[in-house]
Design a protein around this ligand. Structure first.
Ligand code: PXP
Length: 244
């Protein structure tokens, strides 16, 4: 394939299900191992401040045994920086985090925390970790991400995926396309994710600048009906088809 796209699987919600009953089942590590055999390129986890799904022990087991590059989503806090520099995952994506939110609601506002981000990104870059900032699809935020030292941005696709009206959906898709184009001007990688499902993956994967998609909730939910391996293979197929 001329312009391949990487598939990152977010396994937070395997841990959500496990934690609903305590104990060890279902095990996020087992999900990562199935992912490895089903066309997935990397594993994403979000270690939240309240540890509501992924726990510190999951991070350590996945880093050592999942067999795929590990992408750690985390808030821009000193606690998380300390953990990332100790564990050294392949990649870190800095996300905004509110205790009361159900999921990451929007992108990080780089302008309101430039100094903190600069300091954190420089330490993570120095440690050889690939850095990304999760941002709304906004050209100004892409430029700001490059200025503070991020090596990639992950564009928040939630508004595009949630849009029910055709006009709104097209408008959101255009915002994603414009932000993606700006990443090439700044020579940083373009990733995308949030809310992606079978019916939305094709348009996002068709944006040529997008190099990686991170998808979680839909896949883990769909796996209840079709199995994890089938669901992953179908998603992989749709992503690849969009690139041809
Ligand atoms: N990317 C980021 C930065 C996220 O915070 C999330 C949600 O944890 C995802 C991707 C995956 O979103 P979803 O679970 O809706 O596919």
């Amino acid at each position: 394939m001329k312009n391949p796209i990487r598939f990152g699987l977010n396994i937070d919600h395997v841990a959500t299900l496990r934690n609903a009953r305590g104990g060890r089942h279902p095990d996020p590590l087992r999900a990562a191992q199935v992912a490895k055999q089903s066309g997935v390129d990397s594993i994403t986890i979000h270690l939240r401040e309240d540890r509501r799904h992924i726990r510190d022990s999951d991070l350590l087991r996945l880093k050592d045994f999942c067999g795929l590059p590990l992408n750690l989503e985390m808030a821009a806090t000193d606690e998380m920086l300390h953990i990332a520099l100790k564990v050294l995952p392949h990649a870190v994506c800095l996300v905004p985090e509110k205790r009361e939110e159900l999921t990451t609601e929007g992108g990080i506002d780089i302008f309101s925390m430039q100094d903190r981000l600069k300091r954190m990104l420089s330490k993570l870059n120095e440690a050889g970790i690939r850095t990304a900032l999760f941002i709304n699809p906004d050209v100004l935020q892409v430029h700001a991400a490059a200025e503070v030292g991020a090596k990639a941005v992950e564009l928040h696709t939630g508004r595009y995926c949630d849009a029910e009206e055709v006009d709104l959906r097209l408008e959101e898709l255009k915002r994603l396309q414009e932000a993606a184009r700006a990443t090439t001007m700044r020579n940083i990688e373009c990733h995308a994710g949030h809310g992606i499902a079978f019916d939305t993956v094709v348009d996002v994967a068709a944006i040529a600048e997008v190099q990686e998609l991170n998808i979680g909730h839909f896949i883990i939910g769909e796996a209840i009906f079709s199995g994890l391996e089938n669901t992953l293979k179908q998603m992989r197929h749709l992503m690849d088809k969009a690139r041809v």
